[in-house]
Design a protein around this ligand. Sequence first.
Ligand SMILES: [Zn+2]
Length: 141
Amino acid sequence: MSDIFSAQKRSEIMSNISGKETKPEILVRKFLFANGFRFRKNDKRFPGTPDIVLPKYKTVIFIHGCFWHGHENCKKAKLPATRIEFWEEKISKNILRDSSNYNELKKLGWNVLIIWECDINNKAKREITFSKLLVTLKSQI
Ligand SMILES: [Zn+2]
């Protein structure tokens, strides 16, 4: 059976783990900045190194790739047909680590928001997700 991802898609996915800034993160940061929000990026002092930390709103945001973070019921999170056990183990470890990070952050009094890449991968979805984000953030102060 062949891999469900094309070579290009695979390398896109792989590039998401290198820790460098990925496109979905840039989109969210641009949106927040344009709307007057000020934030810190990839703050290592926080559990899980959130992509965005908004101190004024006591909120952290993770922008998650659907595949690596095991987005439930999402087409983009479908495991490759080859080496399925390897992927299952890897992704389920990520899910466990994520949820323990969220718990730590909540214990420290932070609101944790997750934005999935599939929620912002086209203009229409971005508009919905970003307007929800605004409402959520404004309700925090
Ligand atoms: Zn997804």
